[in-house]
Design a protein around this ligand. Structure first.
Ligand SMILES: Nc1nc2c(ncn2[C@@H]2O[C@H](COP(=O)(O)OP(=O)(O)OP(=O)(O)O)[C@@H](O)[C@H]2O)c(=O)[nH]1
Ligand SMILES: [Mg+2]
Length: 435
């Protein structure tokens, strides 16, 4: 029962029409731009976009989301263009989908379902796959009724897969389905917990590093910058949600010092909430980071709105307080600097202009990371036996050594270290803190 969202359908180039409603409140992000983004999502999912229908309304229609007149126009367009799918820009209620499909006689999906579909095709690691599957089931729960209409046509439906006895007397098919889906959700959460535990073991030895996480709108250039800085080969594509997994690399910055950088999934406006929740394990990298690198595509006409959308997700994750470097990327495409200057004056003290494409600004980026690192450091005097060269070299790579003295077979180092690294070094019994 994993194929509710059959992605093979999408690969057959669905012929789609996009529908957007401009509500009174949606002034900042113009409806056309929102539909441009929806078209990019549809394209990434492999669907062909044949046309768009836009309606201005005070509020959505309860039954059909759009008004009756537009609905008729839409039906005519579907027939005329031989469309197979209608994609709505906003989340529809399960009842609205049911009503629309009945009236229009074709498949109706919304932005959330489209994003889920892309996630399903882009998930590569077992962890990402489990996370997507979880999100799909969570999405399914309130929509079971709709599924059931389809499934009940096949004998037994989802319930038929249950063991004998799962269908108690008086229990309807819908209840059986709901129970099975809940059971599946519990199983998936358990599997993800196990992966998270393994992940904890793997990252334990990384604790001593100062760790940064790339965040940003999808397609901003996070993976490109990560590759530039770390010589990694993270998948880069001009498509939305190219990256779904977290990749972590050690990166050497100035002063022969090292930090850990993590590249991960991008954000988008109207990101389905259950998707954020399901990606908990991946997003954990952001939650655990010491600082964030917020990458912005400066060539995008709505870079400003994208920054806000990202900040909203960061708020939800409770990480807004983390030190953040604003990385204004794709500067090779920017001619007018006025907008940039306004941004630089509004979004914090740490910022840098880069181009992942040409490589400009990489040194600046390293320098700013270095500054941030220095900000978090305190000076400590440590006494270490000379025989423990391993500990001494850890202090050199993770901190800044100001003075070095010898006392018999002991070394006394005066060094600037972040609280985290200092704590880590002090875990060694042989190390003494002098001041
Ligand atoms: N012109 C220009 N293009 C860039 C720059 N940086 C990245 N790109 C392009 O932008 C597209 C997206 O880059 P990615 O690095 O995959 O973006 P991402 O933020 O990792 O995207 P997701 O993983 O989908 O969230 C690719 O086609 C890159 O080649 C840049 O500085 N200038
Ligand atoms: Mg990426």
């Amino acid at each position: 029962m994993t194929n509710f969202y059959d992605t093979s359908d999408m690969q057959k180039k669905e012929r789609s029409i996009l529908v957007g409603v401009a509500l009174e409140t949606s002034t900042r992000w113009d409806i056309d731009d929102s539909l441009d983004e929806l078209a990019a999502l549809a394209d990434t999912a492999g669907a062909e976009v044949l046309g768009r229908v836009v309606q201005r309304r005070d509020r959505p229609d309860k039954t059909y989301y759009i008004g009756k007149g537009k609905l008729e126009d839409l039906k005519t367009a579907i027939e005329g263009l031989d469309a197979t799918t209608v994609i709505f820009d906003d989340e529809l209620s399960p009842a609205q989908v049911r009503n629309l499909e009945k009236f229009l006689g074709c498949k109706v999906i919304d932005r959330s379902e489209l994003i889920l579909d892309i996630f399903a095709t882009h998930a590569r690691t077992p962890q990402a796959k489990l996370q997507v599957e979880l999100a799909q089931y969570e999405y399914l729960v309130p929509r079971l009724k709709r599924m059931w209409v389809h499934l009940s046509r096949q004998e037994g439906g989802v319930g038929a897969q249950g063991a004998i006895g799962t269908r108690g007397p008086g229990e309807t098919q819908l209840e059986v389905d709901r129970r099975l889906v809940q059971k599946k959700i519990t199983q998936l959460k358990r599997k993800l917990k196990e992966i998270e535990k393994q992940h904890d073991v793997q990252t334990k030895h990384r604790k001593k590093f100062f760790k940064g996480a790339f965040v940003g709108y999808t397609n901003a250039g996070k993976s490109t910058l990560m590759n530039r800085l770390s010589h990694a080969s993270v998948y880069v594509q001009d498509q939305l949600f190219a990256t779904l997994d977290a990749t972590t690399r050690v990166v050497k910055i100035a002063d022969q010092q090292e930090v850990l950088l993590t590249d991960t999934v991008g954000f988008i406006r109207k990101l389905p909430h259950h998707l954020v929740a399901s990606f908990h394990t991946t997003l954990q990298e952001i939650i655990e980071a010491d600082f964030l690198l917020h990458v912005v595509d400066m060539s995008h006409p709505h870079a400003d709105e994208q920054i806000h959308a990202v900040n909203r997700v960061l708020n939800d994750l409770n990480v807004r307080e983390k030190p953040t470097i604003m990385v204004y990327n794709k500067m090779d495409r920017v001619e007018d600097r006025r907008f940039l200057e306004r941004l630089e004056n509004t979004h914090g003290n740490y910022f840098v202009e880069t181009s992942g494409r040409t490589g400009t600004g990489m040194d600046d980026l390293m320098r700013v990371i270095g500054e941030l690192l220095a900000q978090t450091r305190q000076t400590a005097r440590l006494k270490i036996p000379q025989t423990h060269q391993d500990i001494i070299s850890q202090i050199y790579t993770n901190g800044r050594v100001l003075k070095r003295e010898y006392e018999q077979n002991q070394v006394i180092l005066e060094a600037e270290l972040s609280p985290k690294i200092l704590n880590y070094i002090l875990h060694y019994d042989v190390v003494k803190l002098l001041s």
